[in-house]
Each structure stands twice: as C-alpha cells, then as structure tokens.
Design a protein around this ligand. Structure first.
Ligand SMILES: Nc1ncnc2c1ncn2[C@@H]1O[C@H](COP(=O)(O)OP(=O)(O)O)[C@@H](O)[C@H]1O
Ligand SMILES: [Mg+2]
Ligand SMILES: [Zn+2]
Length: 336
C-alpha cells in the first residue's frame, strides 16, 4: 500500500531566489519494498515564485513583495536580532497583566485588592504593569511614525526585558524592522576584550551592529560599575544612535534619578553599613548625569512597579500544588 503525504518546502537559493514548492511524498507501507517518489506540483500560489505580487490601488496596479518573502525575511531578522535563549519565550501576547494566581474556581487570591506590596496597595502595582504593556503595544503600532524609544525602569523581575523582547519580535514580524538585542554588560565586556591583542575583533567590529540596528534593545543599562571608561563608552553608543535618529529601547534596574551628591556619598561612607545600604545607587550615578538627560531626549520613560514575577509565580504554584506534597515528603521521611 502506498500513502501520500503532502509537504511544503521553501527552497532558498541565495538571498534573492526563493521557490515555494509543495511535493507529494509517496511512502510505501512498512514491510513492502521502500520507494520514495517526489513530484513538484505547486509553486507559491500568490507570486508563482517571483517574490512579487501586483495589487490594485484605485486604477493603478502596484508591485509589492509577496507574503512568502515577508515571512522569510521575518525569520532571518529574528535570527539576526540575537535574542538570548532565556528570553525566547517572551512575547507581548503572553505578558500577563494580572499577577499569577490560583486556577479559576479557587477562592484564595494571589494578590488581593487590599494587599500591600512594598507598603503600597497592590492595585497600584497592577496599574503600572498594565500601563507598561499598553505603552509597549502602542510603540509597535506607532513605529516608525513615532521613533521615540522607551526606557523601562523597575526592580528585578517585573517584566522589563520581557516587554522589550516582545516589542522587537512584533516589530520584526509585523513591520520587517531590523532589530538587535544587546546585553549592556556583555557589550562592555566584548569591547574591553577587543583591546586584548590576541582577540581578533576590533572595537568597531563589535560596535558596528549596535550602531546599525534600526531598533536596539539595550538591556540592563547601568549594570556595570561606573568608571570614566564606562561613561565614555555609553556616551559613544547612545550619542551615535541619537545623532543617527535611531530608536533605542532601554531597560534598567536603577531608579531614574540624578547623580547623587558626591560629598553626601563620601559622608555616607563614614556612616554605618545600614545607612550605606539604604542609599540606593541611581541611574545618574551609573551612567553619568549627561547621559541620563540625553536618554530623556531619546526615550519615553515607563516605570514598572511590582513583584519579581518569578518569585510570585513560584509562590502561587506552591500554594496550588506543592503544599500537600511537602507534607507528604516530611511524613515519608519520618516514616522511612
Ligand atoms: N507580566 C508578566 N507576564 C509573563 N511573564 C512575565 C511577566 N513579568 C515577568 N515575566 C517573566 O519573568 C521572568 C523575569 O522577567 P524579566 O522580563 O526578565 O524581568 P526584568 O527584566 O524586569 O528583571 C521572565 O522569564 C519573564 O518572561
Ligand atoms: Mg531584565
Ligand atoms: Zn510568494
């Protein structure tokens, strides 16, 4: 017996030629003598393999890129965006605006309306998360008419990188924009490495893609302790993109406040450890005041206040599933 399986293949011939072919694979049943027959039956039904389709605009006819090409460009751009594996799952569509809680039907609330988070009502936090999701979606819709970037500010785990990655994925898929994800620490480390004579890449080779990307995500700005060199390098990167009118989406864990008074800082060093710990470093301290104010010209600030999503979902999961099994574990141990 022979069964027919229809497969669609995209044949890629260099960058410019692409033929969409659908072939019938006829596969013999197990036990009989194996025979595979391939018969090309179809090219892309829209463009016939040319990559162009004509559309009517009033009385005019216009040639535009065929869908099959746009899809393929999307795949290439996604790969070229260098989104790290740990953020591959991040999409605007799976960003939750409500905190992770128990499944429907249960009465326990993960974050009741009146609960306090860092001493403030939980609903304030939820609002800032909803607003952040809203601004992310609007950014995708309005780009490139509005090329103002975004500056996501908030503590660890509130979803800043998730939103930034979700934005560039949608820009790539929906608008074919050339985007790049860049981890601030890794960027500075690679640049520093390039000064080592045994390393092949030059500083310019490392920076070229960062300058060229139409939309750049610069993740964890300020995460490297500030030195003159760090200030100069951030200055170079951000000013180059500013001068080229290119969009930058930034995330930072540091509060967006001016550089703190050095005298006050010195004074603090003579105070107790508790005093010093209470004084949180600001974005101004980490990248310099000049750069911080440049950021405000380049980006709209979006502050996210909330809990670490991972911690919170672990707790919610614990409430749902793990609590009984722990008890079981303990009683098993005692018995065993
Ligand atoms: N609102 C949310 N909905 C779904 N996943 C979230 C949300 N916020 C955070 N996460 C997930 O939690 C993890 C930490 O989020 P991340 O964006 O890295 O935080 P941040 O960059 O603010 O430190 C990621 O795996 C992310 O996908
Ligand atoms: Mg992050
Ligand atoms: Zn086509």
């Amino acid at each position: 017996m022979i069964s027919t399986v229809n497969h669609r293949f995209l044949l890629l011939c260099g960058e410019s030629v692409q033929i969409c072919v659908s072939i019938d694979l006829r596969i013999a049943a197990p036990g009989s003598r194996f025979k595979l027959v391939t018969t090309p039956t179809e090219t892309c039904p829209i463009c016939g393999g040319t990559g162009w389709q004509t559309i009517e605009r009033g009385k005019e006819r216009e040639a535009v890129r065929c869908e099959c090409r746009v899809r393929d460009r999307g795949g290439r751009l996604l790969a070229a965006a260098h989104i790290p594996a740990r953020y591959q799952h991040c999409e605007l569509s799976n960003f939750q605006c409500d905190p992770p809680g128990p499944p429907q039907g249960r009465t326990i609330m993960a974050m009741p309306e009146k609960a306090l988070v860092h001493g403030q009502p939980a609903d304030t936090y939820q609002k800032s998360i909803r607003d952040a999701r809203f601004f992310a979606g609007r950014f995708v819709e309005e780009y490139p008419t509005d090329k103002t970037g975004l500056l996501f500010v908030g503590s660890v785990g509130v979803g800043k990188t998730h939103l930034a990655v979700g934005i560039i994925k949608d820009l790539i898929r929906e608008k074919g924009i050339h985007c790049l994800f860049c981890d601030y620490r890794e960027l500075l480390k690679s640049i520093q490495n390039s000064y080592n004579p045994s390393v092949q890449a030059t500083e310019m080779e490392i920076l070229r893609p960062v300058f060229d990307a139409e939309v750049l995500v610069l993740d964890e700005l300020g995460a490297v302790r500030s030195t003159e060199w760090v200030f100069d390098t951030v200055n170079y990167v951000l000013n180059s993109r500013y001068n080229d009118n290119k969009t930058t989406i930034i995330t930072t864990n540091f509060p967006d406040k001016p550089e703190q008074d050095k005298a006050e800082v010195d004074n603090l060093s003579s105070r107790s450890a508790a005093d010093r710990a209470a004084r949180r470093e600001t974005l101004g301290d980490r990248i310099g005041e000049r750069m911080r104010s440049r950021l405000h010209e380049m980006c709209k600030k979006v502050e996210i206040e909330g809990l670490d999503f991972r911690e919170h979902s672990k707790q919610a999961q614990f409430r749902r599933h793990d609590a009984p099994s722990r008890v079981t574990l303990r009683s098993t141990k005692r018995n065993g």
